[in-house]
Write a protein that binds this ligand. Structure first.
Ligand SMILES: O=C(CCC(O)(O)[C@H](Cc1ccccc1)NC(=O)c1ccccc1)N[C@@H](Cc1ccccc1)C(=O)O
Ligand SMILES: [Zn+2]
Length: 590
């Protein structure tokens, strides 16, 4: 570490020069590992992480010298940049043995999760594509229940002890920076003292809407599977909702469509009939962004991305978007399948890359989302426009005669609710559980009990088979072994409707909000892009205010979007809605 004889400006300029090649080195080692999971690649990645931690510690020390030196007067921007440089997270661990153990545990949990497979007789299925396809298409209660339990046996159960050690080591490392625990550090990314209360308030606001959807879906699924598999407590069995974690219910859309004779907007069959490929799905998304004034994907993107699952090696299939911090090297890694859900994930991932490209001229420390929820909301905001019947007709993926027909409209809103409304309790509860684990309120022996308390109470779903202390169901969801925070998605699912409404207003939309398609509208594009160009150079309320005129997260646009559906649901449900706090002791069998 050079002494602080440099001026703050010189130090920041040097950081800019040195940090990018350092970040690139770690990203290359991480990419090599995630696209080819081998022991050797794991070792190379752990080494790169250790080197990066030492580099970060040096930068942190020098940044703190300036921040704590009262004789130096810093501009507000220098102070903001230095504070971000000093915020090095768990890289603060100076005990190299603990630092290496922490890196190895994370890599180990990631590999166990990504290589896990469920074998029934000699037929083995991995999460992608096998188990995901099964949950998307099967209506066989027994098969779904076996796959649901098998996946948790092969993933969560196998990382339970590693996770307890990860919590211990992570908290030790973050306490070096002065945080009480990792949860407090994760929340600091929102730089809002009332953040936890704000998201709790948003959740309370949306819960009545979720309860109505839950009641309707429960009734329709009872008609399909028979009421006998549903507990009398009112919960919906977790394995029949079309998704391994019951986090989005879009895959049961065709089962619970309100008006059978009318179109629903799952365009999977049309995509297959028209010969869509993973590549053409990415080109479709690229064209929408381009129509708004965004840039096309770079040459390196098409050359280096992994858009399909390789057949000859183990990879991390869970989708991600990469800024390699080297010229125009942006990539997406995704095991893409040709279906509606993956077409939306393609837009989600490309939204990350578009954000990278919009803020690439910011100083390195500001190359990030205004807050983590912003990064998750970009692609989904675009996807709200892509999924409108108007736009699906433009893509020749939907042929409804009258898309404004009231019944077609309700079908559309129902399909969108199965994706967006169903997700909210799930998006909210994962970090409620993790914050309590990091705080020490939830101990390893009650990890699973605390998890199901939240799943039953907030989400109204129940396990298809009895759970025990050996189980570790949170570990069966990518982000938990993946050490990736999750409240960002809850924030995103709220603010994406604020972004969408702002873009629609900018485009002069006069239709009901859920029919707004701002395709090809540069005014809407400019509104979005100018906010994205800020990166994390300004506090996120400033960025939010620039695009929506408001400085708070607000569920009003989401409520406005689903208003017509709420009326339909209240009429359908009458008094038949809700569930008891706890799940039943013994789940009813298939
Ligand atoms: O996890 C994802 C998509 C992957 C990702 O794009 O959010 C990815 C997750 C990840 C992967 C590896 C390391 C860290 C995070 N995030 C990114 O690629 C990313 C994150 C921050 C900045 C830039 C890119 N979606 C969530 C929630 C979700 C979102 C939208 C629709 C449906 C579901 C899920 O599937 O449960
Ligand atoms: Zn994302």
């Amino acid at each position: 570490c050079d002494s602080a004889q440099e001026t703050p400006a010189e130090f920041l300029a040097r950081f800019q020069r040195e940090a990018r090649p350092m970040h690139n080195k770690v990203a290359e080692a991480n990419w090599a590992l995630q696209t080819n999971i081998t022991v050797e690649n794991e070792e190379v990645f752990v080494k790169a992480r250790l080197e990066y931690a030492k580099f970060s510690q040096m930068q942190e020390r020098q940044a703190l010298l300036y921040l704590q030196n009262t004789t130096i007067n810093l501009t507000p921007d220098e102070r903001r940049q230095l504070t971000k440089i000093a915020d090095i997270g768990t890289s603060a661990q100076t005990d190299v043995v603990k630092l290496e153990r922490f890196a190895k545990i994370k890599t180990n949990m990631d590999s166990i999760y990504s290589k896990a497979e469920v074998c029934v007789e000699e037929n083995c299925l991995q999460l992608e594509p096998g188990l995901t396809e099964l949950f998307r298409t099967s209506r066989d209660c027994e098969r779904l229940s076996t796959a649901w339990q098998g996946w948790r046996d092969q993933s969560g159960r196998k990382i339970k002890d590693l996770y307890a050690e990860y919590v211990q080591l992570g908290n030790e490392a973050i306490q070096i920076l002065g945080y009480k625990d990792m949860g407090e550090y994760w929340k600091s990314a929102y730089d809002t003292p009332t953040f936890e209360k704000d998201v709790a308030k948003l959740f309370e606001q949306i819960l009545p809407l979720y309860k109505q959807l839950h009641a309707y879906v429960r009734r329709r699924l009872k008609a399909v599977y028979g009421a006998h598999i549903f507990p009398s407590s009112g919960h919906i069995p977790a394995h029949i909702l079309g998704n391994m974690w019951s986090q989005s219910w879009n895959n049961v859309g065709n089962l619970i469509k309100p008006f059978k004779s009318k179109q629903s907007v799952d365009v999977t069959d049309e995509m297959k009939a028209q010969g869509y490929t993973p590549k053409s799905m990415f080109e479709t998304a690229e064209a929408f962004f381009y129509s708004l004034g965004f840039a096309n994907m770079t040459k390196t993107f098409w050359k280096k991305s992994m858009l399909e699952k390789p057949t000859d090696r183990n990879v991390v299939c869970h989708a991600s978007a990469w800024d390699m911090e080297k010229e125009d090297d942006f990539r997406i890694k995704m095991c893409t399948r040709v279906n509606h859900e993956d077409l939306m994930t393609v837009h989600h991932e490309m939204g990350h890359v578009q954000y990278y490209m919009e803020y690439k001229d910011q100083p390195t420390v500001y190359q990030g989302g205004a807050n983590p929820g912003f990064h998750e909301a970009v692609g989904d905001t675009i996807a709200l426009s892509v999924q409108t019947p108007e736009h699906l007709k433009t893509l020749d993926l939907m042929h409804a005669e009258n898309i404004y027909d009231e019944e077609t409209d309700i079908n559309y809103l129902m399909q969108m609710a199965l994706d967006k409304l169903a997700f909210l309790p799930f998006g909210y509860l994962i970090d409620q559980w993790r914050w309590s684990v990091f705080r020490g309120t939830t101990k390893p022996e009650s990890y699973n009990e605390a998890w199901w308390d939240l799943r039953c109470r907030l989400q109204g779903i129940s396990p298809p088979v009895k759970r025990g202390p050996e189980d570790f169901d949170p570990g069966a969801k990518f982000h938990v072994p993946g050490d990736t925070p999750y409240i960002r998605y809850f924030v995103s699912f709220v603010i994406q409707f604020q972004f969408y409404k702002a873009a629609c207003d900018a485009a002069g939309n006069t239709r009901p909000l859920h029919h707004c398609d701002f395709y090809n509208n540069p005014t809407a594009g400019h509104k979005l892009r100018s906010m994205l160009q800020l990166g994390s150079s300004k506090p996120w309320p400033d960025a939010l205010e620039q695009i929506t005129g408001q400085r708070q997260m607000d569920a009003q646009p989401l409520m406005e979007y689903f208003q017509p559906l709420l009326q339909f649901l209240e009429k359908e449900n009458g008094n038949d809605y809700g569930w008891t706090e706890n799940c039943p002791e013994n789940p009813p069998p298939c």
